[in-house]
Write a protein that binds this ligand. Structure first.
Ligand code: FES
Length: 114
């Protein structure tokens, strides 16, 4: 039977590593908030209006569209408003839905969301 949770790794800007589990079907943002990852602020609660859920996705997930769907047009537009520099692997975590293919996903956290 497939597990209903996957493992997610976070690395803070100061190098501190945290591992949490996330429920499949929830957003990455929801899993991070529930897991106590305080760097994911998510001020708008996932409505795609704040850009304070910014994360940097590590390889091999960042460039593998089979594992992680690329950002949609609205997310791409909102990524212009991140506090820390936008990079090619920047994503808004509220727009990533957890799937079994994302097990082991590793995210780097920006220094600030403001
Ligand atoms: Fe506000 Fe993601 S939680 S844009």
């Amino acid at each position: 039977m497939l597990s209903r949770t996957i493992t997610l790794h976070f690395v803070s800007a100061d190098g501190r590593a945290s591992t949490i589990s996330g429920k499949i079907g929830k957003s990455l943002m929801q899993a991070a908030v529930a897991g106590g990852i305080s760097e994911v602020v998510a001020e708008c609660g996932g409505k795609l209006t704040c850009a304070t859920c910014h994360v940097y996705v590590r390889e091999p997930f960042a460039s593998d569209a089979a594992k992680l769907s690329p950002p949609g047009a609205e997310e791409l537009a909102m990524l212009a408003f991140t506090a820390m520099p936008r990079q090619a692997n920047s994503r808004l975590s509220c727009q990533i839905q957890l799937t079994p293919a994302l097990d082991g996903l590793t995210l780097e956290l920006p220094l600030s969301q403001y």
